[in-house]
Design a protein around this ligand. Structure first.
Ligand code: ADP
Length: 387
């Protein structure tokens, strides 16, 4: 019998998350996280992967000898080179290395994970699944910034988008929830975690997304500003005398909800709003106003791309799956777009994919738990099974 288990590795800058998924029944044989890489106890990614191997050994799942179909790796940036899950070779690894300037925080950790896993199990197919890949179908006019073409092309300055694995998974799960094939469904997917992004998906193909060259563009996030006037960067460097790194850190780490009110956790913001806190309320309002702008824009984009209408708006990730208040506020007053949220359904707490719109709502509103690990495992397994 051919092995059906896939080990999924998500190597971040300071942590490695892993799941061992059996594709025969999509069950998890093991899952865990090794944190604080580089802070002493766990020196580097090699050490972290050794710990993963030891944890799996402890559960009788011995990584060194385990029967695995493949290892699936999350890789953040695939640039324009990778638009599909890809079997990792020396050449592929070299190309991913070449993309480090586009994702200096993420790709080096992903590469470390790939290298260590390859050296631990050279016999296994290692498959890279890229966060940018799902967005590669965006039309050129959506992927381009309106800057000088020569500069853009020389430095790879274009809109790539991120969270693609989640948008792919959730758009398909939304179609399933509606009892339809993904090719028949047009949806707006809102991935609202600590990072947040929106996508417009036309019959299973992504036609727009809110993140761009980097994950900074688009929605208001936990600590990132999302969209802003690029002139702000010049203003802060010239007038406030901030360095490029200081502005980078301000916009990526001290902005968004955190910058607006001092908290980036939506639960805490909800508690403060209930107590009448004006700063928390304003942060919430800026966040949901931005969401509304994107929903409206993507309704227009989908209408133009398909000549049809939007079938569903889907919420996912930590905030999207759990905050009834955000869902309610973002869609409030959008009856003119055919969106009606059922307040009772929206308030129900449930871990499964579900509809929260009224029976009469022209557009279905869905809450769909994302599962990036399962999506990575599925894509990796499909690739090695077809080989
Ligand atoms: P990441 O982008 O780090 O994967 P998640 O998708 O796990 O993030 O989302 C994390 C965020 O989800 C938290 O910062 C918090 O704001 C939000 N969140 C989690 N649970 C709840 C909840 N019950 N109500 C509101 N927000 C929540």
């Amino acid at each position: 019998m051919k092995p059906t288990r896939v080990l999924v590795l998500n190597s971040g800058s300071s942590s490695v998350k892993y799941q061992l998924i059996d594709m025969a029944d999509k069950s998890r044989a093991a899952a865990g996280i090794v944190e604080r890489i580089g802070e002493g106890a766990v020196a580097d990614h090699r050490e972290a992967l050794r710990i993963v191997a030891r944890e799996l050994d402890g559960q009788g799942l011995g990584l060194e000898s385990a029967e695995l179909a493949a290892v699936g790796h999350r890789v953040v940036h695939g640039g324009t080179a990778f638009t599909e899950p890809t079997l990792v070779t020396d050449e592929v690894l070299e190309t991913i290395r070449g993309l480090v300037p586009l994702a200096p925080l993420h790709n080096p950790a992903n590469i470390a994970g790939l290298e260590v896993a390859r050296s631990l199990r050279p016999d296994l197919p290692q498959v890279a699944v890229f966060d940018t890949a799902f967005h590669a179908t965006m039309p050129e006019y959506a992927a381009r910034y309106a800057i000088h073409t020569a500069v853009a092309d020389k430095y790879g300055v274009r809109r790539y988008g991120f969270h693609g694995t989640s948008h792919a998974y959730v758009s398909r799960a939304t179609a399933r929830l509606l009892g339809k094939d993904p090719s028949e469904v047009n949806s707006v997917v809102l991935h609202l975690g600590n990072g947040a992004s929106a996508s417009a998906v036309a019959g299973g193909r992504c036609v727009e997304t809110s993140m761009g060259l980097t994950p900074l563009e688009g929605l208001v996030m936990g600590t990132r500003s999302g969209d802003l006037d690029a002139g702000i960067v010049f203003h802060l460097t010239r007038v406030a005398g901030m360095s490029t790194d200081a502005v980078d850190s301000l916009l990526n780490r001290r902005s968004g909800l955190l910058g607006l009110c001092g908290d980036n956790d939506m639960r805490e913001i909800g508690r403060r709003m209930a107590a009448g806190d004006a700063a928390a309320q304003l942060a919430f309002d800026v966040y949901t106003h931005r969401l509304r702008k994107y929903i409206g824009a993507y309704f227009a984009v989908l209408a133009a791309e398909t000549g049809g209408t939007v079938d569903a708006v889907a919420f996912t990730a930590g905030v999207g799956e759990n905050s009834a208040a955000v869902r309610q506020a973002a869609l409030q007053g959008l009856g003119a777009l055919g969106i009606e949220v059922d307040a009772v359904r929206n308030a129900v707490r449930d871990d499964s994919a579900r509809l929260i719109s009224t029976d009469g709502s022209r557009v279905a509103v869905a809450v769909v738990p994302t599962d990036e690990e399962l999506e990575i495992a599925q894509q990796a397994y499909a690739l090695v099974s077809s080989a």
